[in-house]
Structures are given as C-alpha cells and as structure tokens.
Design a binder for this molecule. Sequence first.
Ligand code: PLP
Length: 444
Amino acid sequence: MTAYPLDAPVSQALLDRATSVTPGGVNSPVRAFRAVGGTPRFMESGSGPYLCDVDGREYVDLVCSWGPMILGHAHPAVLDAVRGTIEKGFSFGTPSENEVALAEEIVRRVEPVEQVRLVSSGTEATMSAIRLARGYTGRSLVVKFAGCYHGHVDSLLAQAGSGVATFALPDSAGVPKEMAAETIVLPYNDLAAFEEAFAERGADIAAVITEASPGNMGVVPPAPGFTEGLRRVTAQHGALLISDEVMTGFRCSASGWYGLEGPYAAGAPDLFTFGKVMGGGFPAAAFGGRADVMALLAPLGPVYQAGTLSGNPVATAAGLATLQQCTPDVYDRLSAVADTLTAAVGEELSKAGVPHVVQRAGSMFSVFFRNGAVTDYDEARAQHVPAFAAFFHSMLSQGVYLPPSAFESWFVSASHDDAAVERVVAALPAAASAAAEAFATIES
Ligand code: PLP
C-alpha cells in the first residue's frame, strides 16, 4: 500500500515561489488546499487516470481537472487532434472550420439547442447568457439558487457554491450592492419559495439560472419535478430559464443532465451554458439555445458579446475530438466506475461508523459527512468538514487525489480502469478510520 509522507518538499518550494508572485500561490482558490490544510500538490504530468506531482508521486485522479478530462489525461485521439491542428497555427482571429464542427456537435447532442456561441470559459458563458436574457426580456432581475456556482460573474456570486462555499464566504467583496440587488437568491429545491418570488416580482425577472444538477455544493440533484416547476413558472411570467450545464454537460450523459431528465412537459430551458468536457481540457465553453433568442447577439442584434480567443482552433479541435470519443461505451464505463466507487465509499464509511450520505448525478458523486439526504445549501453546509479533511489527507497519502474541498463533486474518467479503481478502493478503509477519528475528536 502506498504511504506518501504528509509533506511534499518540491511542491512546497514551488508554493513558496508562487506566493511571492501570485495571491495565495494559486490561480483558482480551491487549489490552495486552504479548506483541508497542507501543501497543494503541483502536478507535472497526467496520463489516463493518473497524475504525477513534482515530488515524483503518482495519484489516481478523482478531480479530472474539475470535470473536463472525461477520457482521462492525454488521451491519444485528443492529442492527435491537437497536434494536427497546432502545427497549422495557434489562433487566427477569423472563423475556422473546427468552430463550426464543434457547434454542430453540440447542437446535434442537445436537442433544444438550435444555435451556440463559443467562448473561452464557463464564466463567460453564464455572463453572456444573462446579458442576452436581459436584452431579450428588457428586464433586469436574475434569480439564482443558494449553493449553485455559475463562475465568478459579479451578479451570480451571491451565496455561490464551489470556492465561495469552501471558504464559507457570505458573498464576494467588490460586487457593488446595486448589482447584488439585481439578484434574487432562493433556496434550492424549494418550489414554493420560487413561486412566491415570482408572484411578488415576476414581471421584473429576466431570467432564472440554475445548475442543471448542482455539483458545486457537493452533488445535490434536483428533486423530481423541480426543474419542470422552474420551466412552468418562468414560462408563465415571460422569464427565460437558463440551464447551466458547464459541469454536467456531456458528462452526465451524451446530452448532459438534459439527456437524463428531459424533455420536460412544460418545455425545454430557453438557454444552456456549457464548458469543461466540451473543451477537452482547453479553454472552450459555449452558451446557446433558442434561435430567436440567440438572434439578438451581435452582429445580428443589439446584445454585444465577443472574444479574441473565442472558438480558438486548438481548443475547438480538442473539444471536438473529446466529444467524438464520448461514445455509449464511455458513458457505460463512467457509470460502472461510479457504481463501484460509490458502493465502496458507502460500505467503508458505514463499517467505520461514520455518518455520511453519498449523492450522485450520472457519474458525478460526492460524500457528505452527515446523516440524511442533502437537498439544499443549508443542509450541505451542515456536514462535518474536519472529517472530510481527515479523509482527504488519508486518501492523498495513499495516492488518491480527491477534490480538496467537502463542497465539490468527485469526477471519474473512462480511463479509470480496474487497476485504478482498485487502488481507490484499497485506500478507503484507512481513510474511513481517519474520518471516524476526526468525528470522535473534533467538533464540527
Ligand atoms: N458553471 C458551473 C456549473 C461550473 O461548475 C463552473 C465552474 O466550475 C462555471 C460555471 C464556471 O466555469 P469556468 O471555471 O470555466 O469559468
């Protein structure tokens, strides 16, 4: 059994260098390990289900770059596509064929999406979708749900999940209160509260944005009928429904969460946002939906949106190759890996007497260290975070890289073969004991 030391001297030396030139030494907050303590591992290479750090340690990767690496690291077909493209130039600032092919692939897979516009990050996708919805409706209010994360868009940071949850921030500083006042935050999975908000302010609401199935407060799927209810009420009041599939898109199924839960009797969401998997590990994302709404975008209409690197030929080649490789076999493998891991995690935590619940959406899953199902952000926060930290560090020392936060989904790839899965399973008993000990000694 692997037993890496708790310290990581080469990573630590890099972190020391990094902190003098970058705030916190990282370029995205959760990477800093602040929620679990210890030295963030600086990774040097990735191959299939494994990551290798600068201290020469190998880990089974259950983060998969926070979702994009659905085929595993450095997949040969994606590598070939990137090599074949990059040799012809890196960026033209003109239209190119890969963008068309990637857009066609997205439109083919997600039935309600008639047109897409490519951007470079999920944040840009949600920001642009909100602007478009405001332009279309002529209204300004936006509804979001507590615990959902839609990137670091000013108006969407209120009670956001992901890093904002990890660091227990109430909201972000730097967001003007006038802007925050344009956002109504509601509890997730609470249709009554939603209907009430619309009864009061429905005529001013431009859009409702929701994670198709939230993964940024841990995995908290919509209750049966919740998304349907959002669609019904928004349609009644002339507001647009934006389904944020940045995380779930092309991961939960070939057509994302929509493929698992849709179509809805009340109609499809008006707009969707995508990212992660569709970029194959490169910066590519998209928003899209009804053609009549998308027609408002410049150069056709008055809603401005643009990007120097939007539709970058290398990123779109990687994304297209990734989606083309996402065959039914890939989704079967993701499910099988998630089946084995969720069962094994549950079994070992039960054996160790650790309160827990494992929640799942397609192949995304996470563990909450508490009793009882989690249906919203308040329940997600009522978990024993120190137990997660103890569990995390035990897994890390045994060569398994989990998300360094109790408020994130775990991600698997189709390259997680039986050997990789077995390594994770073998690490669980010690990690479950560490969590049990944390429960016994540390107040939550
Ligand atoms: N929307 C969701 C659901 C996400 O999970 C994320 C990122 O994790 C984003 C939007 C923002 O994407 P990006 O980090 O590419 O800006």
